[in-house]
Design a protein around this ligand. Structure first.
Ligand code: ZN
Ligand code: ZN
Length: 391
């Protein structure tokens, strides 16, 4: 496991130090919750609310050295883009979509002849612009979605590069790019050296020292939410994203109720089922047992709950569930079994733990978005464990 030194995600080195303790939940130095990457066992990466691990997900975009312009004839520009995967731990990236937007014109999707980008590997994509005006600025925005997998988990993020093209007197083309700093603690804007494309003569090569020029990339979180790359894509929560550090508030779980907090487990999964809770020396985050009408554990009915029945985690900016229990669960009106793809849980969803006894034990999920961000999720046990109930 490597220990990243510099982390552009704004995670302090102290958090990485404290994350090395297997059961660390908070950083002992700065007090922030330890939010681990889904692939933490492999990458040792931590994430912030945006969920992106900078150890696993490190795309870079270049303009190759043979950019060709036909600006002098008022024609088109071919941008030879090179996508590079700079992941230091050998994790492949999957470029799932590329969009180009010129000026104020609508964004258009570019057909990709490839998808997989192995670590240390690169792939090329030629993008043709519309007709270039001889004078004035021409804005081009290149946005792409990149996915990363770990076992059955997947995260997807969008990145964007904004280029400002200007035709110089004499016909040369200059590409300027500035990355606007955003967010708390960010520094001043990053200004990249301009890329000059000579259009004189027969050999119209990019004069960038014979090398590919790196384009500045910025995480496109608003784009992700608006285009369904992350967050909820329908219903009242459409366009809203669950923060990776969202507080989970547990209600009705009696004496063994977990304290509210972000998901800080080592695999970033909350496992629930019949097996004992972590606090009682077991593997589950929450233990699920059914109670009889006297509030006493119903041993026989509880046997129908698998030791590890359900896994909850935040993925793609949504609360997700994977069923691991044999008898499955009901989520809303739909039955979900162990062979199904993961289920997305939304506000108001009720997870019925035993489909044959739907009223025996259910979890009611509530969440509310604040300016497109969900910072708290309440999971209520129905029926609630009466106070002072025997375990
Ligand atoms: Zn810290
Ligand atoms: Zn990672």
């Amino acid at each position: 496991m490597t220990l990243p030194v510099a982390n552009p995600g704004g995670i302090q080195p102290c958090c990485y130090q404290h994350a090395l303790a297997a059961d660390a939940v908070f950083c002992g130095e700065c007090g922030k919750p330890i939010l681990r990457c889904m692939a933490f066992e492999e990458c040792g990466g931590l994430v912030s609310d945006d969920g992106c691990c900078n150890v696993c997900v490190r795309p870079q975009l270049y303009l190759d050295k043979d950019a060709v312009t036909e600006v002098k004839t008022g024609g088109v520009l071919v941008l030879p883009l090179v996508f590079y995967n700079a992941s230091g731990i050998g994790r492949p990236l999957f470029i799932t979509d590329v969009w180009i937007r010129e000026g104020e014109s609508p964004r258009r999707r570019i057909e990709l002849p490839w998808k997989r980008l192995d670590a240390g590997g690169s792939n090329r994509l030629n993008v043709q612009t519309g007709a270039m005006e001889r004078q004035g600025r021409h804005g081009i925005e290149i946005t792409f979605a990149a996915a990363t997998n770990y076992f059955m988990r997947e995260e997807r993020f969008a990145f964007t590069s904004s280029l400002s093209l200007e035709v110089e007197q004499g016909g040369s083309l200059v590409i300027n790019q500035t990355i606007n700093a955003s967010g708390v603690g960010a520094g001043s804007d990053t200004v990249y050296a301009p890329i000059r494309l000579e259009t004189q003569g027969e050999t119209r090569k990019a004069a960038v020292g014979g090398q590919a020029a790196e384009l500045g990339l910025q995480r496109a979180d608003n784009f992700e939410a608006a285009h369904g790359v992350r967050g909820y894509t329908d219903g009242p929560l459409k366009g809203s994203v669950v923060n990776r550090g969202a507080r989970i508030v547990w209600k009705g779980f009696g004496a063994d109720e977990p304290v509210p907090g972000a998901i800080t487990t080592r695999d970033s999964i909350i496992a629930i089922g019949r097996g004992k809770s972590i606090r009682a020396g077991g593997d589950n985050f929450v233990q699920l047992l059914t109670l009889d009408s006297n509030g006493v554990v119903d041993e026989q009915l509880s046997q129908a709950i698998s030791r590890r029945h359900l896994e909850l985690f935040i993925q793609g900016g949504r609360l997700c569930a994977r069923v691991t229990g044999q008898s499955g669960v009901f989520i809303g009106e739909n039955k979900h079994g162990a062979d199904d793809a993961l289920a997305v849980i939304g506000n108001g969803d009720v997870i019925r733990i035993l489909p044959k006894f739907p009223d025996a034990l259910a979890l009611q999920v509530r969440m509310r978005a604040n300016y497109g961000h969900i910072e708290e999720i309440t999971i209520t046990r129905v029926p609630a464990i009466p106070e002072g109930a025997q375990r």
